[in-house]
Structure formats: structure tokens, C-alpha cells
Design a protein around this ligand. Structure first.
Ligand SMILES: Cc1cc2nc3c(=O)[nH]c(=O)nc-3n(C[C@H](O)[C@H](O)[C@H](O)COP(=O)(O)OP(=O)(O)OC[C@H]3O[C@@H](n4cnc5c(N)ncnc54)[C@H](O)[C@@H]3O)c2cc1C
Length: 304
């Protein structure tokens, strides 16, 4: 029986683990991989203490910190949680290998993942011209032509970042008009190398070894192929909580939490991008990890 199981080893999960381990709570971290979305960030310029650091380097620093706290901390990377249940005495967490773990409290810190289009060529060319991270990959498209699929803030952000390096940026938006923030929309409209194609569906990504084109279908018109060197899929994110049927979610699928980051289930907390608290940033996720860990400690003290 662990005191606490932490699901996810991104900034929220790793920071929560540092706090629970330092409070000598018997802690188990189950994470698919270390670092979460932080690893995808080329340059992080807003994590206090580092004017600039790559996401990969910051992940290493977090891991080194965790490694100093072996006494009451067990970290299993490569472990994906598939179910989370609560019985009368404890939480029961199961991973893909069928291992079952038991604890008095749980912190869900499983973050979120980019949504996929599910069209031909998308997975085949992923990493070979198909990307979901303009922050990481925009510099690769200097003087090239790229398409950004989507019409919300993620897409507009990506298009702006790409417009600074690429020759031409298409925004392929299935809706009648863009739905992002006004300020972002104005910036896009003032970028001469960004071309917006509304009412247009993306139907296939084409290429040989790398992407060479995007097949599109403007509503009511025949399909055509845009010659592009890259396709950025920016249609938003979805929270990673397929394993959890215990907690209440908001309309966006985020786990609802109170001011102590506790969910509707006593002893079950949620920290970082997975919850409905405002702000999706590394420092916010780390801060929420710390706060959830302290709240767990308080919760367990009151159980005694
Ligand atoms: C491209 C990009 C660039 C960014 N740049 C910045 C930046 O410059 N500065 C900044 O502050 N923020 C940045 N962010 C945002 C920041 O990375 C996130 O807000 C932060 O990583 C959220 O941390 P988290 O721990 O809540 O979740 P995540 O980072 O998503 O980590 C969650 C972890 O849980 C794992 N997991 C999911 N499901 C399971 C499961 N069933 N079992 C076990 N493990 C599971 C995931 O695999 C992942 O490793 C960026 C994000 C992206 C995508």
C-alpha cells in the first residue's frame, strides 16, 4: 500500500513526487515517459531560474532532482495506467502489464495530447513533414511553404510562428471563419505571407519520403492539391484520462478540481494541464504538482 500514486511524469507529476517524497510519503510514480509535453519545447524561456533552457534539458534537471530522493520514492517510466478505481480501503491503479498498485491517495497528472485528423498520410509522414508543434519545428521550414490545419488559437499561434520563417503559410480551416482570439486574428490578417482557406476540409497528406502536398476539399468544390513542404496539425488538445471514470469533467473534458486541487472524489487530486484550473504552462503545472502534493499530505494527516 503506497501513501500516494502519481499518474504521469510531466512537470506536474515530477514536482508532486519531489514534494511527497520529501514529506516521507511512500510514493509511486507511473509515467508513460519522462517530461511530458515539456520535452517537445525547443526553447523554454519562461521557467524561473533559467532565462533559456531546452525542454529536454529541463526534463533532465527534473529527473536528476527526483533521483536524489530514492528513499520513499519509486518511479516507473514506461508504465501506462489503464484503470483507476476506488474500493472501501484504497485506490486501485492498474497498468497495461496488468500490475495492480494500491494507495491511500492519487494525484492524476496525465496532461494532454494533440488531437489528430485521422486522414491518410498523417501518421505515415509524422516527423517527416507532419508536425504538431510549431514551437519546436518552425525553424525547419525556413523559406518553405507550409500548411497549418485548424482555425483556433493553437492554429493561429502556429501560423504566426511559421510566418516568421516560411515563405508562404496556408491556414486550412474547416469553419466559415477563424475562431481564435481577436488579437491573434488581427496579427494573422496583417501577415502578408499567410493565406486563409476557410470552409475547407483537409482530406489527405501526400508525399514520398517526406511531405510534398496536402489534398484539400473546399466545400462544394472538387478536391485539389496544395504543394507544401510541411503540414502542422493544430486542432487542439485532448486531456489524457481514458483510465478515469471516477472524476467529474467540464465541457472541455478537463477534470474539475477545488481550490486544493482535489476532485469530487476524496483523496483523488488532479494537477497540471489535466485539470480545469486556468493556464497551461510548465511552471503552472509544476506549481500545481507541489500544491496537490501538500494537499495530499494534509488529507492523509487528517485520515490518521
Ligand atoms: C510544443 C509545446 C511547447 C510548449 N512550450 C512551453 C513553454 O515554452 N513554456 C511553458 O511554460 N510551457 C510550454 N508548453 C506547455 C507545457 O509543456 C505544459 O503546460 C506542461 O508540460 C503540462 O505539464 P503536465 O505535467 O500537466 O502534463 P504533460 O506535460 O502533458 O505530462 C503528462 C505526462 O503524463 C503521461 N501520461 C498520460 N497518460 C498516462 C497514463 N495513462 N499513464 C501514465 N502516464 C500517462 C504523458 O505521457 C505525459 O508524459 C508547451 C507545450 C507544447 C505542446
Amino acid at each position: 500500500m503506497y501513501d500516494v500514486i502519481i499518474i504521469g511524469a510531466g512537470p506536474a507529476g515530477m514536482t508532486a513526487a519531489i514534494y511527497t517524497a520529501r514529506k516521507r510519503l511512500n510514493t509511486l510514480v507511473l509515467g508513460k515517459e519522462a517530461g511530458g509535453q515539456m520535452v517537445w519545447s525547443s526553447d523554454v524561456e519562461n521557467y524561473t531560474g533559467f532565462s533559456v533552457i531546452t525542454g529536454a534539458e529541463l526534463t533532465l534537471k527534473f529527473q536528476e532532482h527526483l533521483a536524489t530522493l530514492k528513499d520513499s520514492l519509486e518511479v516507473k517510466i514506461g508504465s501506462e495506467v489503464v484503470s483507476l478505481e476506488k474500493n472501501i480501503t484504497s485506490f486501485v491503479v492498474e497498468d497495461t502489464a496488468g500490475n495492480q498498485y494500491f494507495s491511500k491517495a492519487v494525484i492524476i497528472a496525465s496532461g494532454r495530447s494533440p488531437k489528430h485528423l485521422g486522414i491518410p498520410g498523417e501518421s505515415e509522414f509524422f516527423g517527416h513533414g507532419v508536425a504538431t508543434c510549431a514551437t519546436c519545428d518552425a525553424p525547419l521550414y525556413k523559406k518553405k511553404t507550409v500548411a497549418v490545419v485548424g482555425g483556433g488559437n493553437s492554429a493561429l499561434d502556429a501560423a504566426l510562428a511559421l510566418s516568421k520563417v516560411a515563405t508562404l503559410v496556408y491556414i486550412i480551416d474547416i469553419n466559415q471563419s477563424l475562431v481564435g482570439d481577436v488579437v491573434l486574428k488581427q496579427k494573422i490578417e496583417n501577415s502578408p505571407n499567410v493565406k486563409i482557406l476557410n470552409n475547407t476540409k483537409s482530406t489527405a497528406i501526400l508525399g514520398d519520403k517526406v511531405v510534398t502536398g496536402l489534398e484539400i476539399e473546399p466545400f462544394g468544390k472538387p478536391r485539389e492539391v496544395l504543394k507544401v513542404d510541411g503540414v502542422f496539425i493544430e486542432i487542439g488538445y485532448e486531456p489524457n484520462h481514458k483510465f478515469d471514470e471516477l472524476t467529474e469533467k467540464n465541457a472541455k473534458g478537463e477534470i474539475k478540481v477545488d481550490a486544493d486541487l482535489m476532485t469530487n472524489v476524496p483523496g483523488l487530486f488532479a494537477a497540471g494541464d489535466i485539470n480545469d484550473a486556468w493556464g497551461e504552462q510548465i511552471i503552472i503545472a509544476a506549481g500545481e504538482g507541489a500544491k496537490a502534493a501538500m494537499a495530499v499530505s494534509d488529507y492523509l494527516n487528517k485520515l490518521k
